[in-house]
Design a protein around this ligand. Sequence first.
Ligand code: ADP
Length: 433
Amino acid sequence: MRHPELAAWLQEHRESLIALCEQGEAVDVTLIYNILATARTGRVDQLDSTIGQAAYRAVGQEIPLDRLLRKPQRIKEVIWEELKRDELPPPQTLALIEAAEPIFSRISQVAMRSYFEASQQMQDVLASEIARLHGESERRVMDRTADLARANIELSKLEKARTDFISIAAHELKTPLTLIQGYTNMLHEMGLEGDGVAGSDHIVEGILQGTERLSAIVEDMLDVSVIDTNALSLRIEEVPLSHAVSLVVGQNAHTIGERQLIVHVGDVDSLPSIQFDARRLHQILTHLLNNAIKYTPDGGEVFVEGRVVSGDHAETGGGQFVELIIRDTGIGIAPEDRERIFEKFYRVGKSTLHSSGQVKFMGAGPGLGLPIARGLAEAHGGRLWAESPGHDEINCPGSTFHLVLPVRAIPKPGITVTWVESPARGEDQGGAS
Ligand code: ADP
């Protein structure tokens, strides 16, 4: 009987067999177990196909048997030869199995351990690779963020330099301009009293007009700089909108007549009073009406309408608002300019084509009117935007400006507000801030 010898052999080569399998792969263990399983049933003739099936299951694909069995070749050879030669009856097979079992269970443990170690290693490699990629992308994002932050700082420096320049230039111009205006007024009065130089009246008149225009531009520059730096100071009171509208229309009556324009004012009398800085409201309406006049050819029409906008109106986001709509039959605004015209110093077309006339057709100014108007509206919690089918100086599609103002002012945080008491004001409005 060879099986006791086989058992002895297995016993003897226990360690080297284990070592052999330690170098091998998990699939080897599966194969050996299958050899033993076949031995258990005594179906030696099926051994080859059993090995093949096990190999297939283990690796999921058909590969040559000898490649799979290279490592535990020795084990296979021994078991194979012995089983075939002796055709062991079941009890003897059992003895063989009993002798081999401890070795194979140990082999199994080793193989399982190395399998887990390998997968653990693989997981570690993957985890460290993921961590490396994550770290790298995080570093790139941080680098990019730092670049953007630097660019932002540069931009804010440039913007601040621009605002500082406007403010300094306006202040520097204001003092000599006031002097010129003072002396010109004196000359004008001397002329009225007969003490002036003969024939100088129209010259003095011209200087006065020029200095007034220059003074308005300097005032606009100062306004733009206080809006930009959030240094506005508002004096908020109850202002009847209808009064504010008719005042501005009335002040432009002469130009409107001269330019043969028709200005239709809708039912603004029914509009409620709003909490606003009256001087600033006048400024906004003047800019909007002046523009409607300036950019509408002679004989055109301007419409001023108003309505109360309910709190749930999508544009307003809550509270009660009044919307003033200033529509003209003028040259219109191209889609790409609809927002840009609210940027300071932005003017459509070539700046050299513009004259400095305040209400002359297309006699644009320095491009500060709309940024000031929007800045002042927003300072009170309002909004201003433009709509137009496009720009066409021949067919004149017209423009519409929407000015939405809160009935109860919502001053922008940070600006100085003085609340002027009025009987119409509710108790819940708080004092000066
Ligand atoms: P400006 O002093 O040049 O009028 P604004 O800021 O008031 O400056 O306007 C900026 C530009 O917006 C104008 O130069 C003009 O091109 C355009 N614009 C303003 N209002 C109208 C309007 N009602 N119709 C057509 N274009 C307009």
